[in-house]
Design a binder for this molecule. Structure first.
Ligand SMILES: NC(=O)c1ccc[n+]([C@@H]2O[C@H](COP(=O)([O-])OP(=O)(O)OC[C@H]3O[C@@H](n4cnc5c(N)ncnc54)[C@H](OP(=O)(O)O)[C@@H]3O)[C@@H](O)[C@H]2O)c1
Length: 94
């Protein structure tokens, strides 16, 4: 799992399902608006590829990938407990 330095005033959003569809679009748009984006995805290879594209296209280096399968209760609770703002594939929680 990656380590992220959160010591800045940068707005941060955790997005599940961020490698495709609505989640990917949200990740791209928030990165473009200079948010720190934490992409929570179950497939690391797919997610890292999308992360690299978002970084290249937005110039925002504060885009990270973390692995979780949200069908697993332990993974889901771990991410909900740590996120200041969380966009899920099925909804929005801030
Ligand atoms: N698209 C629309 O216009 C629209 C409108 C209203 C509501 N919705 C709802 O919004 C949600 C997302 O829609 P979408 O079009 O963005 O779907 P999508 O393109 O299929 O993307 C779904 C994302 O969720 C991830 N995901 C699925 N199961 C997961 C799990 N167990 N753990 C972690 N990640 C998981 C997928 O990862 P993988 O790539 O690994 O599969 C993918 O990144 C759906 O519930 C849909 O019904 C969509």
């Amino acid at each position: 799992m990656c380590s992220i330095n959160m010591n800045s005033a940068m707005r941060t959003c955790v997005i599940t399902g961020a490698n495709a569809g609505i989640g990917k679009s949200a990740a791209h748009q928030l990165a473009d608006k200079d948010w720190r984006v934490i992409m929570v995805c179950r497939n690391l290879a797919k997610a890292q590829n999308v992360c690299d594209i978002i970084k290249n296209e937005t110039g925002n280096e504060q885009v990270f990938v973390m692995q979780a399968d949200m069908s697993l209760t332990a993974d889901a609770f771990a991410y909900d407990a740590t996120s200041p703002c969380c966009l899920r594939g099925c909804g929005l929680c801030c």
